[in-house]
Design a protein around this ligand. Structure first.
Ligand SMILES: NC(=O)C1=CN([C@@H]2O[C@H](COP(=O)(O)OP(=O)(O)OC[C@H]3O[C@@H](n4cnc5c(N)ncnc54)[C@H](OP(=O)(O)O)[C@@H]3O)[C@@H](O)[C@H]2O)C=CC1
Ligand SMILES: O=C(CO)[C@H](O)[C@H](O)COP(=O)(O)O
Length: 469
């Protein structure tokens, strides 16, 4: 019986929860998983939703269970698994059937897959989904890319399962090709940066202010009541206040300080370099994750050079200083993310809807934050303006950049590594310095390579020395 309104492949953390979400919103769904026992146990444990779910044990059965024209969501790891699934499905599908890759694909792969789909079918959408397990189950943010007509076809389902912010679905169409997955990658870059800055403030509290994990957790919980209100601050408070059930010690004290990564932050940093779009806070966060994995070298460094972080003198920094520094850092990191989105428009022939992206990120996704509503307004008022210059955020920066400077300089003076906060401050200082120091770079380039320079006192682009010898 071909009655399912949609299909889904990949019943892992995200796919299983998305399937339950789809069924709960009243849609009939057919599901398939590479490992059949996962499909069976998924259906057996679906409870009241089981009648809306058709478990399938082959791709052929999955395809037959879905009403035409079919739509099938892929929720499998990025890269080869996606290509393999598309190749395995293709013989069973009609040209107007639609595959939706809802995993975290590299957008270059999505561009390629979209181009292949244009030539040989079936139809293809690349849709970034954010929100983790909980979001997938009860309402993620969804960033779609591909053909508008394909998006419109599945929008009723995607809008229904997305998080709702004051009645508006946190799902949006970003444009053609890989644009949806590009927007999701930038979301993840901001996620890396936000997480890193929170980790740095935790480090200052733990190593500089000698606070215990629970005290740090209470401070994060307080921040979550103010300007910094956001999912990541909220869960950081919960993480810090959790005790290990086995030892009773704070969880944070027993977790190894080596951060994992699946690659989305790195993709964002690489693309920013290709586009010459400055995103130093995000790049610092990727760098910090990479350095975190150098456990042996860091231990060797501690033996050789002495313990890095020193305790801060009493009263050197307060929790309020850290909160205000985080506010400034957060604005600067989101501003960089939106600048990167804007920088991609011309090279990829996109028109990424920046205000709508801020609206989509208001709920459901990992970087949801009370600031995003104001960011959406600022981007609607002036879509081409860097967010740091929007009056609302400029006022916040004027009020809080002093705290960012105080936190960074105090931390640096006492051997506490704060790379993302430092980069936020450097970006801020660079962006408010009308006459910088690139004149020296231009002098050097002309000295060794006759590359030419512009002058401040004359029109023209190709001036040269002579240089003193
Ligand atoms: N976890 C998260 O918070 C988020 C994840 N994502 C993205 O969603 C996608 C899925 O992630 P997640 O659910 O966490 O991953 P999981 O590891 O929990 O699940 C992966 C799923 O893919 C299947 N699978 C793995 N390899 C293959 C393959 N070669 N061919 C077919 N099926 C395969 C697995 O099947 P089997 O049971 O047989 O192993 C399983 O159903 C990824 O792209 C991820 O980046 C996006 C947003 C958030
Ligand atoms: O997309 C996500 C959240 O938005 C996934 O949780 C992703 O896995 C997070 O990235 P990483 O594993 O690199 O930390």
């Amino acid at each position: 019986m071909s009655h399912a309104q949609i299909g889904l492949i990949g019943l892992g953390t995200m796919g299983g929860m998305l399937a339950l979400n789809i069924a709960e919103k009243g849609f009939d769904i057919a599901v398939f998983n590479r490992t059949t026992k996962v499909t069976r146990s998924f259906h057996e444990t679906a409870g009241a939703l089981a009648p809306k779910i058709t478990p399938c044990e082959s791709l052929e059965a999955l395809v037959q269970a879905i009403a035409k024209p079919r739509a099938i969501i892929l929720m499998v790891p990025a890269g080869e698994p996606v290509d393999e699934q598309i190749a395995a499905l293709r013989p069973y599908l009609d040209a107007d059937d639609l595959i939706i890759d809802a995993g975290n694909a590299n957008f270059h792969d999505t561009e390629r897959r979209a181009a292949e789909a244009e030539k040989q079918g079936p139809r293809f959408l690349g849709s970034g989904v954010s929100g983790g397990e909980e979001g997938a189950r009860h309402g993620p943010a969804i960033m779609g890319g591909g053909a508008r007509s394909d998006w419109d076809r599945v929008a009723p389902i995607l809008n229904a399962i997305a998080a709702q912010f004051e009645g508006t679905p946190c799902a949006g169409f970003m444009g053609k090709g890989g644009s949806g997955h590009f927007v999701k990658a930038v979301h993840n870059g901001i996620e890396y940066a936000d997480m890193q800055m929170i980790a740095e403030t935790y480090g200052v509290m733990r190593d500089g202010m000698k606070l215990g994990a629970t005290e740090c957790g209470e401070i994060f919980a307080k921040w979550d009541e103010g300007v910094l209100k956001s999912y990541l601050i909220e869960i950081s408070g919960k993480v810090a206040r959790t005790a290990d059930p086995e030892t009773g010690a704070p969880m944070l004290d027993i977790i190894l300080d080596r951060a994992g990564q699946k690659g989305t932050g790195r993709w964002t940093a690489i693309e920013a370099q290709h586009l010459a779009a400055p995103i130093p806070v995000i790049e610092a966060a990727v760098m910090a994750r990479n350095l975190s994995s150098r456990l042996e070298a860091r231990a060797e460094g501690e033996d050789l050079f002495g313990t890095g972080p020193e305790a801060l003198p009493d009263g050197a920094l307060s929790a309020e200083d850290l909160e205000h520094a985080m506010i400034a850092g957060k604005i600067l990191c989101y501003a960089q993310g939106f600048e990167l989105l804007r920088a991609a428009n011309a090279p990829f022939d996109w028109a990424l809807p920046l205000p709508e992206i801020a609206l989509v990120w208001r709920d459901g996704c990992i970087i949801r934050s009370a600031m995003l509503d104001d960011m959406a307004s600022a981007l609607s008022d002036a879509p081409d303006r860097n967010l740091m210059f929007a009056p609302f955020f400029a006022d916040l920066l004027k009020a809080h950049h002093g705290a960012l400077r105080k936190v960074v300089s105090t931390a640096v003076a006492h051997g506490l590594a704060v790379p993302a906060l430092s980069m936020a401050l450097s970006y801020f200082d660079t962006m408010r310095t009308a006459r910088g120091t690139a004149n020296m770079i231009q002098g050097q380039r002309d000295f060794f390579g006759a590359h030419g320079f512009e002058r401040t006192d004359r029109e023209g682009k190709d001036f040269h020395g002579p240089w003193a010898m």
